[in-house]
Design a protein around this ligand. Structure first.
Ligand code: ATP
Length: 225
C-alpha cells in the first residue's frame, strides 16, 4: 500500500459517472497534490429525485469501469454498505476517524452542491472535520465564481458562519475553528447526469459525454430508457 498523505473524497450519485466528474477530479488531484481520490457513490441520496435512479450495483459497476485505468482513482462502497440514507457527515467521520485517521482528507464537491450545503444534515459538523474543495461548475451558480468570489462569500457568511474570511493566497475561506473551504476553478464542462439520462431516453448518443465503457454498459443493460 502506498503511503497516503492527501486523499480527496468525492461523493455523488454517479447516475451515471460522466466526463464532468472525471476531468474535474483529475484537475483537483493535480491542483491539490492529492495521492488519491475515492469516488463514493451514494446509496440513498437525500437530495435527489429517485425516479431515474439506476440500481446501486449498476452505478457501482459503471464507476468501477470508468476509473479502472487510473491508479489514483478508487471507488469506495462505504455508503452502499451503510444502511439507511447516505449522509455525507457520516462518511466524513468514518474516513477521518476510522479509515484514514492519519491522512489529510479533503471533501470534493461541485459548486452547485456546495451552494446547497446548508440544507445538509449536520453541515457544520462536516466543516469541523474536513476541509472542502469546491470545484467550479457551469450553471445557475456560475456568477458566484466572479473575481473575488463575493457570491460564495455571501452564502458562506449568511448560511454557514460569519467567522469565515477570504484568504487570497490560499484561494480559500478560512475560519478560526472550522476547516477551510478552498475554491478551485476547473475546466467548465457543461455535462450533467440528468442530460445524459435525457439523451438516452430520447435515443440520442451519449458518446464523448461518458467513457465508452459506460455508454456500452448503459446500452447493454437498457438503463434510463
Ligand atoms: P444529476 O444531473 O443527476 O443531478 P450530476 O451530474 O450533478 O447529477 P452527481 O453525481 O450528482 O452528478 O455529482 C456529484 C458531484 O460532482 C457533485 O458535487 C457535483 O457538483 C459534481 N459535478 C457533477 N458534474 C460536474 C461538472 N460537470 N463539473 C463540476 N462538478 C461536477
Amino acid at each position: 500500500m502506498p503511503i497516503l498523505n492527501r486523499v480527496g473524497l468525492f461523493g455523488g450519485t454517479f447516475n451515471p459517472i460522466h466526463f464532468g466528474h472525471l476531468r474535474t477530479a483529475l484537475e483537483t488531484l493535480e491542483g491539490f497534490g492529492l495521492d488519491q481520490i475515492r469516488f463514493i457513490p451514494a446509496a440513498d441520496p437525500p437530495h435527489k429525485d429517485k425516479t431515474d435512479l439506476a440500481d446501486e450495483s449498476d452505478r457501482l459497476a459503471m464507476l468501477t469501469q470508468a476509473i479502472e485505468n487510473n491508479p489514483s482513482f478508487l471507488v469506495s462502497d462505504i455508503e452502499l454498505q451503510r444502511p439507511g440514507r447516505s449522509y455525507t457527515v457520516d462518511t466524513v467521520k468514518q474516513f477521518t476517524r476510522e479509515k484514514l485517521p492519519s491522512t489529510q482528507c479533503f471533501l470534493i464537491i461541485g459548486l452547485d452542491a456546495f451552494m446547497d450545503i446548508s440544507t445538509w444534515k449536520d453541515y457544520k459538523e462536516i466543516l469541523n472535520n474536513i476541509p472542502l474543495i469546491v470545484m467550479s461548475r457551469p450553471g445557475e451558480n456560475e456568477p458566484c465564481m466572479n473575481r473575488n468570489f463575493s457570491g460564495i462569500g455571501k452564502y458562506v457568511e449568511n448560511r454557514i458562519s460569519s467567522g469565515f474570511v477570504f484568504n487570497r493566497e490560499q484561494n480559500a475561506f478560512v475560519h478560526k475553528s472550522l476547516k477551510p473551504i478552498y475554491i478551485f476553478p476547473v475546466t467548465s464542462l457543461h455535462i450533467s447526469a440528468t442530460t445524459i439520462r435525457q439523451h438516452v431516453r430520447q435515443g440520442r448518443s451519449i458518446r464523448y459525454l461518458v467513457p465508452d465503457s459506460v455508454a456500452t454498459y448503459i446500452h447493454d443493460k437498457r438503463l434510463y430508457t
